[in-house]
Design a protein around this ligand. Sequence first.
Ligand code: FAD
Length: 375
Amino acid sequence: MTVERAVAHARVIVVGDGVAGAAACVALAQAGLEPLWLVREGPDSRGANADPVGESLSPAAIPVLEEMGLGAILDSPRHRASQVTFSAWGSDALMERNAFLHLEGPGRVIDRRFFEAQLHEAADAVATRLIGEIDQMRPRDDGGWSLMLAGGDAVTADFLIDATGRAADLGRRLGVFERVDQLVAATAFLVQRDLDVEPTRATLIEAVAQGWWYATLLPDGRLALAFFSDPDLLPKNLSRDPDAWRDLLRRSIYVGRWVDDAGFAVETPPRLVSAGTARLQVPCIATSSGSGWAAIGDAAVAFDPLSSHGLTTALWTASRAGAAAAKWLAGDHEHLAAYARSVDAGFAGFLRQRDAIYGRERRFRDHPFWRRRLR
Ligand SMILES: Cc1cc2nc3c(=O)[nH]c(=O)nc-3n(C[C@H](O)[C@H](O)[C@H](O)COP(=O)(O)OP(=O)(O)OC[C@H]3O[C@@H](n4cnc5c(N)ncnc54)[C@H](O)[C@@H]3O)c2cc1C
């Protein structure tokens, strides 16, 4: 249900309509609460031309979805099993990694817009949507929150969940959002012009001197292509000039050839999006004093996409923070403190894994992109 004007009070307000926000509404409903879901104007707040990125869903996400009663959404033919990844990382040779090594089975290449639409449907069934944006927020003396929305409506809540992605719109007002690196992604969705060729369904990852490439065939036949680097190492005109994009591709050993051989057209320049590792230093209130809130998904911890952890973390943090919020409201504060500890431990584990993966690539160790990541 969508309401036009602010309802006066909600037990929990979830802000943000990405994967984390929608999943949090479902988790809160499982815990017996009916959240108010504050989302920006429009059916998709990112706008029609900005395809959300994040196509590989790790096998670790499957049990989290199942726990929330959402396992069936992956049965749609608009998502497909992701069986094989080839990577040229650490050597010029292309190595195969088989997904059957995972206990949960293969991950998925998802239709990301459709995946979000499926989660939105589940969230809309249990939450009240309010279109709007927070202008001002302040903790109340009784432990809740007062929010002033742009446009003048006021609403109060006992608990807030920040699911606004890397914007971390609430979290930044409450603490420090710390960036570990400046990684950006140049992303494009390519259409196949030569339909006589059957493109490979494997995912391809290739390290090059200025960064690394990712390419995967989407279930709808487009190729998701991304180049990850630091802003100062990218050609200055990349986001305006398709020739600069083609030139970068030509300098790869495998990805450029793959795009050409399968007849994908590189016609428009890529979109640049932030993809660095970052986190809120404190992802929630972890003591029994103060007003209750929690950050989830990228608003809490944003990972270098090399990990393919982003979507799984969005789902996992939504599920755990939703349950912890319900306990908090019932007077049990330990679950929220445990949530903060798990997020911290997950982030520390990710940093170790990130160092190990970047550390495996020694061919380009004298180039700034790799020097900045080798310890
Ligand atoms: C190039 C790239 C490739 C990636 N590839 C993968 C991958 O293959 N696999 C993977 O698992 N992860 C991947 N990720 C990470 C993944 O996309 C994110 O971790 C995931 O989208 C986080 O979901 P979220 O709901 O936390 O945030 P988001 O998806 O960013 O959603 C946040 C939402 O909140 C809205 N919002 C922002 N501010 C406000 C506000 N003030 N009020 C109301 N609404 C607001 C935004 O408009 C947005 O709709 C990738 C990331 C990048 C950048």
